[in-house]
Write a protein that binds this ligand. Structure first.
Ligand code: PEP
Ligand code: MN
Length: 348
């Protein structure tokens, strides 16, 4: 930590701070400026609580230099976390980016879901997405098919072999969701639902944690830390846009810089959801490509068999045809850049 002393701090006050830190094993680096004395202290902050230093006489401010997340941090684990599934799909590290695609909500029309799932599979996608439990801003909007939706996802899985990612909104539904999901999704609205984070932390299934719409990267990684601290280290992060200043142009502001930032500070894989990130169909392709170039370990794309009649997020959902074109275009780019194989992602 960095301790900045008041301009008028006495030698006695400075020595008292230094002694308290040294007595607890901290290494001290003193910097006596013309006006201020700054003390850099390196050690284990669990042994000296920063507030116990901040409250000493003559101390102006205490700043922490170490990130508060530990298990999620690159410092604690240098190698990228790679999450591997029984069918050989791998998410993270230098593996080929994964494609998760499917409708926003699972709807009663199973044929539509199956058409989408088959298209995802045929285009080289690995994971079918679809919400059975839907967090909706308005109580008057479609709330999801719940258990029935999970059944339809299970059926589509058995017919296509795709893995399933689906959202859990409540700890009470977790056993049901975990039975069908290969990856349990925590939605943006629940990124700081700590009880839910702890509950999925006790599951043995990988968790896709979406960034809260107003969450800093630090808060995002601390949410992941909750899951990991509870015992589940298989966390996949998902950038899905944050509240911006111009919702008339895009639904959210897709923070693509978050991808290399996360890779710098964490070993966890991160994917990008340009569908919720932009809310606009025409932006999915450029943002998908930009995400992959930024080092994303995968993409989550909303696709619907009939977007004009979708129960949710039709405006940002691609048709099957548009999804196929997107995949062609992405594959073309990845082939040109040598990203379509093992050791595939750009940044690390
Ligand atoms: C979703 O992926 O279905 C969803 C609701 O997204 P978000 O939590 O990012 O809004
Ligand atoms: Mn959606």
């Amino acid at each position: 930590m960095i301790i900045i002393m008041e301009p008028g701090a006495t030698n006695e006050q400075i020595e008292k701070v230094v002694k308290k830190l040294q007595d607890n094993g901290f290494r001290i680096n003193m910097n006596h400026g013309d006006v201020l004395t700054v003390i850099a202290a390196i050690g284990d902050k669990r042994l000296v609580q920063p507030h116990s230093i901040a409250s000493l006489d003559g101390v102006r401010e205490v700043k922490l230099i170490q990130e508060p997340y530990k298990l999620a941090s690159r410092e604690s684990k240098k190698e990228d976390t790679v999450i591997e599934f029984s069918n050989g799909v791998k998410i993270g590290g230098n593996n080929k980016p994964v494609i998760m695609a499917g409708p926003c909500s699972v709807e009663a029309d199973y044929t539509g879901l199956l058409d989408v799932a088959r298209a995802v599979k045929a285009a080289g996608g690995e994971i079918l997405r679809g919400g059975a439990f839907k967090p909706r801003t308005s109580p008057y909007d479609f709330q999801g098919l719940e258990e029935k939706g999970l059944e339809l996802l299970a059926k589509a899985k058995s017919e296509t072999g795709l893995l399933i990612v689906t959202e859990v909104m409540d700890t009470l539904d977790l056993p049901l969701v975990a039975e069908v999901a290969d990856i349990i999704q925590i939605g943006a609205r629940n990124m700081q639902n700590f009880k839910l984070l702890k509950a999925v932390g006790k599951c043995d299934k990988p968790v896709l944690l979406k960034r809260g719409a107003a969450a800093t990267i630090r808060e995002f990684l601390l949410a992941a830390e909750h899951i990991m601290y509870a015992g589940n280290e298989k966390v996949i992060l998902c950038e899905r846009g944050i509240k911006g200043v111009d919702s008339s142009s895009t639904r959210n502001t897709l923070d693509l810089a978050a991808v290399p930032v996360i890779h710098k500070f964490s070993h966890l894989p991160i994917i990008v959801d340009p569908s919720h990130g932009t809310g606009r169909r025409y932006l999915i392709e450029p943002m998908s490509k930009a995400a992959l170039i930024s080092g994303a370990n995968g993409l989550m794309i909303e696709v619907h068999h009939d977007p004009d009649h979708a129960s949710s997020d039709g405006a940002q959902s691609l048709t099957i045809e548009q999804f196929n074109a997107l995949m062609d275009s992405i594959n073309d780019m990845m082939n040109k850049l040598g990203m379509n194989s093992e050791n595939a992602t750009v940044a690390g």
